[in-house]
Design a protein around this ligand. Structure first.
Ligand code: TRP
Ligand code: ZN
Length: 877
């Protein structure tokens, strides 16, 4: 352990910056050994600061070597400034001046992938959140916005493409024959949006005509062997640009928009102004190498980064506590876009499943934090599901409360009022309030209160008066640092069904409708519906109108009724999911008690009806047939018995398969269509139902099923069908799984993104010696500890491996801890994310829990990065 532990910073301590930087002029002399960065910062004291005598304190990392610093024309003597491990302090400055700094960095030795680094043969940057300080000394905070001019000097033979933000304004040669390119970005921006790329790259070009008839040049850059895989991203980009004009009235603002794909990247992608940088796994797509899910992910992330141009770049965050201001809103925007491009119900089910599995688990664990955190040690740890996904749910609730039109008026006002500013979540809500005249005072607590509210509903019907009463309570359990909770403003969209499944209109506060939005604002509230003609079944929380855990005692009969008849597609899925959860909960309990597992007939009957109803959307049928995941069942369980959950799922799947084998076989063939591959909602729906049916059918172990799988694997002309067949063989533990895995690697060894999928699947393979298998994967030539995608594939895949990761001797936990220790110094952001599965120790059954805790303690004994230190200490608290 270090002598001095990293300390937290607090939202309540926010102060405006004492200095501003109006203009930033950067020169990069790129070189394989040492890169020289010269900055000229046009600075002045901030008239709004109360600290008019404060020294100038610039952020800079230990990896930045300061060669010289000058104020105006005067080089500063050594006694005029101080450099410590992360700051440059100049005690006295004029009120306005130009600060010149010359610094040296070594991008080729940068393994953290923050700042300027190398990925294969290129130079690239990642500056969010605090990467810029690893490039040069700066006021590296989002409320310091500056106009950037960037000069790049490099050897043109190795780096023919040299890019930065904005427009290229000059190109020339130095005396030594190096190429000089100058970029200028007219929009003031914080340093986290700065980007630079240099390399030998191929480009795909296109043009977009904006709604005001301006031509925007679109350019996507990749290494030359990947340029045949960017067509889909280009089309997705154009769809995003059009959608943002039509839906939010937002037009693109520069003459050029560029995207670059890099192989080594800590996250998915980054919205640098005019120059987005993408993890190649989130940009490249082709039918032969990319699954349907991955196509949709590429489209969503292209849209997400593009939408940041307004929600993030034109209007940015005042400080990093406000991260959800841009991320929550932009996730909401990309989710709406994908819903419009494909099926809104399917999209909603996928997003909610993810939220309820992963964000709810985060909210129930030691890292639980509000959407707007009150403090942090390392901001990189707060790019979380809570900030992103729950943040999006908050924006969605505002949308529900205001309605489409007023929401749009609110967003128009927000963009107009704050264009060019760095603002807060509260400013966002205030714009929504001002444009709609709807009071959001209580609603704001969603930003500051952590934890998932539990909403419990009971009801009663009075036949004689035709009135129906719903009583709702809300409770949020304590989370770290927040012992007592307030009542939130929870919008509950709902309707009533008759026992026959018909819509049952009702009158609430004088409004007669099939559907109402209830406002749960107290800890307990009763709503009275009039003119309800018969005893209803309530359809609650339609469309998942609030991120809460809903508790209502539905009978199996109620759930079957909602599943087949509710007007809300999302709630039809939700009812089916609840039916499966109820069944699995019973089986899990039987497994824990060592009893024989016995399956009830309700779910089987529901699934049979589903498989026999030809009128349904195949995508929805597939979603309903997919049993609740190991991860979701773990989130619901307390304590978690991983092996019992696995056993229950396998047992139920086999029972369903055996009972409905004919239905699954027929469904497989019905949806197995010979078409030219396209990633359209319609085709994706058929493929997903077909492959779901196959995953059941092979559970019967019949020759016909195995033959169908093998044939599909061998003859597939697209990755979705090929990889589905392979995963079904692996997860179904078919005897040919090993052979198929080997042949798959043979076929795709030269396609890194496909190899990554192979690594993840192989690492997830349940088998007796799962740990040795994962160790051999890490020694495989396809593995590379420097590449985050490969680390994520293998260790992420292993984390899902129940027999491997949750091995009763603790060897799986020890192995993961070893990898975290190994990566802690090299790449703190990745190391910290790998800790997530270990943070769940308190919820595990006692034996596994103790083994996991011991590994956290072992990690804590190391000299830790801030990133890992924060997660480990909070987990042990
Ligand atoms: N702003 C990016 C996004 O959500 C997130 C991101 C990309 C990021 N790279 C990062 C965050 C590195 C932290 C560190 O679109
Ligand atoms: Zn984002």
């Amino acid at each position: 352990m270090k002598e001095s532990q990293p300390s937290a910073i607090y939202l309540k301590d926010y102060q405006v910056p004492p200095y501003l930087i109006d203009k930033t002029e950067l020169t990069f002399d790129l070189d394989e050994a040492t890169t020289v960065v010269t900055s000229r910062l046009h600075m002045r004291r901030n008239p709004e600061s109360t600290q008019q005598n404060a020294p100038l304190v610039l952020d800079g990392g230990e990896d930045v070597k300061l060669i010289g610093v000058a104020v105006g024309d005067c080089a500063l003597p050594a006694e005029a400034y101080r450099v410590n491990e992360d700051k440059l302090v100049i005690d006295s400055t004029p009120d306005a001046f130009v600060l010149t700094c010359e610094t040296l960095i070594e991008p080729q030795n940068n393994t953290s992938l923050e700042g300027l680094y190398r990925s294969s043969s290129m130079f690239c940057t990642q500056c969010e959140a605090e990467g810029f300080r690893h490039i040069t000394y700066y006021l590296d905070r989002p409320d310091v916005m500056s106009v950037f001019t960037t000069t790049i000097i490099a050897d043109e033979t190795r780096y023919p493409v040299m890019l930065s933000n904005g427009n290229e304004v000059e190109r020339g040669k130095t005396e030594e024959g190096k190429t000089v390119v100058v970029w200028h970005d007219p929009f003031p921006k914080p340093a986290y949006l700065f980007a630079l790329v240099a390399g030998d790259l191929a480009v795909k070009e296109d043009v977009f005509l904006t709604q005001s008839q301006r031509e925007v040049a679109l350019k996507i850059f990749t290494e030359s062997h990947n340029i045949d895989k960017v067509d889909y991203a280009m089309e997705a980009l154009k769809r995003s640009m059009r959608w943002d004009e039509e839906t939010y009235g937002r037009e693109y603002d520069l003459d050029i928009f560029m995207i670059v794909a890099v192989d080594d990247f800590n996250m998915g992608a980054m919205e640098n102004k005019g120059l987005n940088i993408f993890n190649s796994s989130c940009l490249l797509a082709s039918p032969k190498t990319t699954t349907d899910d991955n196509f949709l992910r590429v489209e969503a992330i292209v849209a997400h980064e593009y939408f940041h141009n307004w929600s993030g770049n034109r209007v940015t965050c005042r400080d990093w506590f406000q991260l959800s201001l841009k991320e929550g809103f932009t996730v909401f925007r990309d989710q709406s876009f994908s819903a419009d491009m494909h099926s809104d119900t399917v999209k909603r089910v996928e997003d909610v499943s993810f939220l309820k599995t992963a964000q709810f688990a985060e909210d129930a664990g030691p890292m639980a934090h509000p959407v707007r955190p009150a403090s942090f040690i390392e901001i990189s740890n707060f790019y979380t599901l809570t900030v992103y996904e729950k943040g999006s749910e908050i924006v969605r609730m505002i949308h529900t409360l205001l309605g489409e039109e007023k929401f749009r008026a609110g967003s128009d006002l927000y963009f107009e009022r704050h264009d060019g500013q760095a603002v807060t979540c509260d400013d966002f809500v205030a714009a929504m309030e001002d444009a709609s005249s709807i009071d959001l005072t209580q609603f704001r607590d969603w930003y500051s209160q952590a934890g998932t509210p539990i909403v419990t509903v009971t009801d009663s019907y009075d036949e004689s008066t035709k009135t129906y009463q719903l009583t709702m309570t809300q409770e949020t359990l304590p989370t770290p640092g927040q012992d007592s909770k307030v009542a939130l403003h929870i919008p509950v969209r709902m309707g009533l069904l008759s026992q026959e499944g018909d819509l049952l209109p009702s009158s609430l506060d004088g409004t007669v409708s099939d559907e109402h939005v209830l406002h749960l604002t107290d800890f307990e509230q009763t709503m009275t519906f009039e003119n309800v003609s018969s005893r209803p079944v309530p359809s609650l929380l339609r469309g998942f109108s609030a991120p809460v855990k809903l508790r209502y005692e539905y009978s199996a009969q109620d759930l079957l009724l909602l599943m087949s008849s509710d007007a809300d597609g999302f709630n039809r899925w939700s009812a089916a999911q609840q039916l499966a959860v109820n069944e699995l909960t019973q089986l899990i309990n039987q497994a824990i008690q060592g009893q024989a597992l016995s399956v009830d007939s309700t779910l089987v009957d529901g699934f049979r009806a589903l498989l026999n109803d030809g009128s349904l959307d195949p995508a929805m049928v597939a979603l309903i047939l997919a049993l609740p995941s190991q991860a979701y069942l773990s989130e619901l369980a307390n304590p978690i018995y991983p092996a019992a959950i696995k056993q229950a799922r396998q047992h139920l799947k086999k029972q369903l398969a055996n009972t409905l084998s004919e239905e699954f076989e027929r469904t497989y063939h019905e949806h197995n269509m010979a078409v030219d591959y396209q990633a359209t909602a319609e085709q994706i729906a058929h493929r997903s139902l077909k492959n779901t049916a196959l995953s059941y059918w092979v559970e019967t172990g019949t020759e016909a099923a195995i033959a169908a799988l093998t044939k599909q694997y061998e003859t597939a002309d697209n990755m979705t069908d090929q990889f589905s067949a392979l995963s079904i063989a692996v997860h179904g533990q078919l005897s040919n799984a090993g052979d198929l895995l080997a042949s798959f690697y043979q076929q795709w060894q030269n396609e890194p993104l496909v190899v990554n999928k192979w690594l993840a699947l192989s690492a997830g393979q349940e088998q007796d010696n799962a740990l040795q298998h994962v160790q051999s994967l890490m020694a495989h030539p396809a593995f590379d500890l420097k590449n985050p995608n490969k680390v994520r594939s293998v260790l992420g895949g292993f984390g899902q491996n129940v027999s491997g990761f949750h091995n009763a001797d603790g060897s799986g936990y020890r192995f993961l801890a070893d990898q975290i220790i190994l990566l802690n110094k090299r790449n703190p952001q990745i190391a910290s994310r790998l800790c997530t599965p270990l943070t769940r120790w308190k919820k595990l059954e006692p034996t596994l829990s103790a083994l996991m805790k011991a590994e956290l303690e072992r990690i804590l004994a190391e000299d830790l990065s801030k990133d890992v230190y924060e997660v480990i200490t909070k987990s042990l608290n």
